[in-house]
Design a protein around this ligand. Structure first.
Ligand SMILES: NC(=O)c1ccc[n+]([C@@H]2O[C@H](COP(=O)([O-])OP(=O)(O)OC[C@H]3O[C@@H](n4cnc5c(N)ncnc54)[C@H](OP(=O)(O)O)[C@@H]3O)[C@@H](O)[C@H]2O)c1
Length: 264
């Protein structure tokens, strides 16, 4: 993937990895469509990306609202943007055991992390195919590769993304659709603060996992390297990524580690 002159849509662009990625990509003669539900945060990203020379089209968009997602995609296409890449980072996490999590919380997480991503992909895919193909990327997680305590719905939402996108790329590879799944480890962002607890309230804390994670800027550089090479999976993080190898080669040990891991 050569980002020069491309039109790239980044969701979750107001904060964390989506923001850092948008700013990292800005300036290669490209145009950026930037969306998030946080209008104020979005403005800051737009200013930073425009200062690097990219034209930006900001959209305040709630990824739990499928109608709004289809309307936003239609609006962008009507304005004449030809989307070459769609990188989806909007998402929320969870801090509650499955046994104490009401079903409505599972649905809320699935709505944003899975159905929102699916809706925007479906809204743009025909347009991307018509224009000769493009690159899709979605933020998964280590927890998209294996279950983890206090993350049952979050893990399910990220696992579901793998199934969806593996199918999409298998169906459309000849139409030049490429997919990269971002396998996030521990990245120092606000994700734990906005994670929902068993009562559906914000967890409100920066967990040590995130506090000790790599910066969003470093994560963005790792992501860009992987996207350039059109890698099917892009692991992002530090030493914690070793767990992927443990799972693959020592699955019994992996299960023991996950049972004992501190989920906060
Ligand atoms: N940080 C990590 O350690 C880590 C690890 C693995 C995977 N990930 C994944 O990486 C992605 C980016 O997360 P991050 O770490 O960069 O966290 P972040 O800083 O919290 O960024 C997530 C962004 O998504 C936005 N968002 C949340 N719900 C939304 C909705 N309904 N509609 C539109 N936008 C919404 C948030 O807006 P608000 O600011 O308004 O909430 C925020 O700007 C997420 O999908 C996350 O699951 C993160």
């Amino acid at each position: 993937m050569d980002f020069k002159g491309k039109t790239i849509w980044v969701t979750g662009a107001a904060s964390g990895m989506g923001k850092a990625l948008a700013i990292e990509l800005a300036g290669a003669g490209n145009k950026l469509v930037l969306s998030d539900r946080d209008a104020e945060g979005l403005k800051l990203t737009v200013n930073a990306a425009e200062n690097k020379g990219s034209a930006c089209y900001p959209i305040v968009l709630d990824m739990s609202d499928s109608d709004a997602i289809y309307k936003a995609a239609e609006e962008v296409i009507q304005k004449g943007y030809k989307i070459d890449a769609l990188y989806q980072f909007a998402g929320i996490s969870q801090r509650s055991k499955a046994v104490e999590t009401p079903l409505e919380n599972d649905r809320k997480i699935m709505e944003i992390n899975f159905f929102g991503v699916v809706a925007l992909t479906k809204a743009l895919l025909p347009h991307i195919i018509e224009n000769g193909g493009g690159q899709l990327a979605a933020a998964s997680s280590l927890v998209g590769k294996f279950g983890f305590p206090y993350r049952s719905a979050y893990a399910a939402s990220k696992h579901a993304l793998h199934g969806f996108f593996e199918s999409v790329v298998a169906e459309n590879h000849q139409q030049h659709i490429r997919v990269s799944m971002i396998i996030g480890g521990r990245i120092n962002t606000n994700i734990s603060k906005f994670a929902i607890d068993k009562d559906g309230k914000e967890h409100g804390k920066m967990d040590p996992g995130q506090a000790n994670g790599i910066s969003a800027d470093r994560a963005a550089k790792q992501i860009v390297r992987g996207l350039r090479k059109e890698k099917a999976e892009i692991p992002v993080g530090g030493n914690e990524l070793l767990i992927l190898k443990i799972k693959r080669f020592l699955p019994g040990l992996h299960r023991k580690i996950v049972r004992k891991i501190n989920p906060m």
